[in-house]
Design a protein around this ligand. Structure first.
Ligand code: WT7
Length: 655
């Protein structure tokens, strides 16, 4: 393994790439920005009091908390003794404040149908759905599983659970029956909320038949609620299954929000490790709502008139924190889109930005690179001048993708916030503050005010600026996970054992001479070439730096001489053709940009890359391909056809 402790004085991870371009904030933006530089000092003076003040001012409590933090490492309790209700904080209080007619979501279905939901609409629908859950016997503390496409009933279902204190677990609609059953059984969910299906890439994607298969093996489920989305013929099990339009529609919209303890479980979200059993990441109420709403307002500079679009799926934590809970607690107007970026054409997202006059856009580098591959004409054909803040999340963003986003989407004006966080962290932890931070393309810059982060070596000692190592978090934060459901030992083992007293994120990182954080990818992916520990991210960024390249993935493969050698998979831009000469040029380009040690020994042109459904490259499968092995577990792969296509291209590998 490449992540073992090394006592030999070699750096944990090399720092090879140097990005020199800097982007200072526009003074006009800074003057109007929500976040000012003084936040850092204020939070540093007393980070617990900093969060406590925010919690008192921003959240509406039915009972105020007594103690801001009880920290029994690694178990945190925030805002102890307080009581509140998340749905009340996201809906009722806005309606009471006169914002009932404000749009909460502009929803757009992939086939082109639309719905607009105001805060008053949402409150009414949530009340009805909550009463339906009650009718099915769901009580405070009971778990509810949700398996749905990106339709308004999804956030409505989540808020209905929160309203009655029933923790939800959302299972992404792309997951299999087996994955759904495993998650339901792990948490013992009582009710499942699902739909007949959804629309994706111009096709109807069925959900209910997967749900039926799952429910054959989930004894805890007593009932299911099914939304009619596609109108497709499905089987309803009498006595168990209820149509949403029957059981929800006939309820009263009045449902009193149930006050719950600050540390009451709000939800579980399962993260699929690539091999091991998925972990039920446990998030609770007050700290989570505070962490997501405060970070959302500061990092995206949210103003009352903004139109905010986070183009993630609610099935991932990005959607939980930054489509549902954070934005709704802030009374934001959001866009919610059901479909894929290329359907019906690559114009679709830019049409939505233009039509809804989107001002804040938050998306993943994988989507940015997919757009880059198509060329600049799609964004150029639309009026994107309303955009004033751009966000990135999910993976390291290569400098070239950052610059493309900046220029072709942000018109060179809109600041970019590259936000690092995890399912486990609940809220964004490393990020620029727009209007405050001088950004550097590819760097997530600094910890958010109040957050403690460090880069350490294998012994847990701080790596001086200029060096690489392991990213750790040094203090508790409000939206942090409270554990892994039902498995406190695994929680300690996974996150707190490697570096005692510190949270180990599993990511490599470096800091440059000015202390900027640069994420280097998962430490399990670090390559070891002749004793040099090289980050996949840096080599990939060097490849994408070449004008012909749209996207790249690199892996270390066994090498008799150097231990491992670098194998690169490259996707060219749409107007480029693969050739042996270009392969040589690209390998030399990496050597030129970051040094000969990082020159890929082999390079293969591919039309696509194997990714998880959340867009992360599955390097394990690429290693299998590079080393000519049978493929390992492919259950989390988004598109199983991709590996076959890559294999057909294997003839093109360059030595
Ligand atoms: C992992 C967490 C955060 C919500 C979506 C993913 C990678 C995430 C960045 C970023 C570099 C990033 C890390 C992290 N990651 N954001 N801005 N720069 N890497 O949540 O599925 O729990 O994945 O995503 O490797 O550990 P997740």
């Amino acid at each position: 393994m490449t992540t073992e402790s090394r006592g030999d004085g070699n750096p944990a991870i090399e720092n090879l790439m140097a990005e020199k371009r800097v982007f200072p904030p526009d003074p006009a933006f800074s003057r109007q920005a929500n976040a000012q530089a003084s936040l850092y000092d204020e939070a540093e003076r007393d980070y617990v009091e900093f969060w406590a003040r925010q919690a008192r001012e921003r959240l509406t409590w039915t009972k105020p908390f007594e103690t801001a933090l009880e920290w029994d490492l690694p178990f945190a309790k925030w805002f102890v003794g307080g009581e509140l209700n998340v749905a009340y904080n996201c809906l009722d209080r806005h309606v009471e404040a006169g914002l009932g007619d404000k749009v909460a979501y502009h929803w757009i279905g992939e086939p082109g149908d639309t719905r607009t939901l105001t805060y008053a609409d949402l409150l009414r629908e949530v009340g009805k759905a909550a009463n339906a859950l009650r009718e099915l016997g769901v009580e405070k503390g009971d778990r509810v599983a949700i398996y749905m496409p990106m339709i308004p009933e999804l956030p409505i279902a989540m808020l209905a659970c929160a309203r009655i204190g029933a923790p939800h677990t959302v299972v992404f609609g792309g997951f299999s029956a087996e994955a759904l059953a495993g998650r339901i059984n792990d948490c013992g969910a009582k009710v499942l909320i699902t739909a007949d299906g959804g629309f994706r890439r111009g096709k109807e994607v069925g959900l209910k038949h997967h749900a039926d298969e799952a429910l054959a093996a989930t004894p805890s489920i007593k009932a299911a609620i099914v939304v009619n989305r596609t109108g497709h013929d499905i089987h309803m099990v009498p006595g168990r299954d209820h149509w949403w339009h029957d059981i929800v529609e006939r309820q009263s919209p009045d449902c009193a929000p149930v006050p719950v303890d600050s540390e009451h479980m709000l939800y579980l979200l399962y993260t699929s490790g690539t091999t091991a059993k998925p972990k039920g990441i446990l998030h609770t109420t007050a700290g989570y709502l505070l962490g997501t709403s405060y970070s959302h307002e500061m990092i995206f500079d949210l103003k009352p008139d903004d139109v905010y679009w986070c183009a993630a799926d609610i099935g991932w934590v990005t959607g939980h924190s930054y489509i549902v809970y954070g934005p709704l607690a802030n009374a934001a107007t959001g866009v919610m889109y059901e479909g894929a970026p290329d359907t019906p054409t690559w114009e679709r997202w830019w049409e939505i930005v233009e039509q809804y006059r989107v001002t804040i856009l938050y998306m993943a580098p994988t989507a940015i690179r997919a757009f880059m591959k198509q060329g600049t004409h799609h964004p150029a054909a639309h009026d994107l001048t309303t955009l004033r803040v751009l966000g990135s999340v999910g993976e390291p963003i290569n400098p070239e993708a950052w610059l493309w986003y900046h220029e072709h989407v942000g018109g060179g004006r809109a600041p970019i916030v590259d936000t690092w966080w995890q399912t486990e962290t609940g809220q964004i932890l490393l990020t620029p503050l727009p209007g405050v931070t001088v950004t550097k393309p590819g760097s997530a810059t600094f910890p958010f005010p109040g957050i403690g982060a460090d880069v350490v070596d294998a012994n847990g000692d701080t790596v001086p600026f200029g060096g690489g190592g392991y990213l750790v978090l040094t203090r508790p934060w409000p939206a942090m996970l409270r554990g892994i459901y039902g498995d406190p030992e695994r929680y300690r083992e996974t996150y707190w054992k490697r570096f005692p007293g510190k949270y180990f994120a599993g990511d490599g990182a470096k800091r440059d001479e000015e202390g900027y954080f640069w994420l280097l990818g998962r430490v399990d992916d670090v390559m070891n070439v002749a004793g040099h520990r090289i980050s996949t991210t840096e080599v990939e960024s060097a490849l994408v730096d070449h004008k012909s390249v749209a996207e790249a993935a690199v892996v270390g493969t066994k090498d008799d001489v150097t231990g491992q050698s670098i194998f690169a998979f490259v996707i060219l831009k749409a107007d480029q053709t693969p050739s042996d000469a270009l392969a040589v040029q690209l390998r030399e380009h990496v050597a030129y940009v970051i040094g000969p040690i990082a020159r890929p020994k082999q390079l293969m042109f591919v039309p696509d890359l194997p990714k998880t459904r959340s867009g992360k490259i599955m390097r394990r499968l690429l290693r299998d391909i590079a080393e000519g092995r049978a493929l390992g577990d492919t259950t989390t792969l988004a598109d199983a056809g991709v590996v076959d296509i890559i294999r057909e291209h294997s003839g093109r590998a360059e030595e």
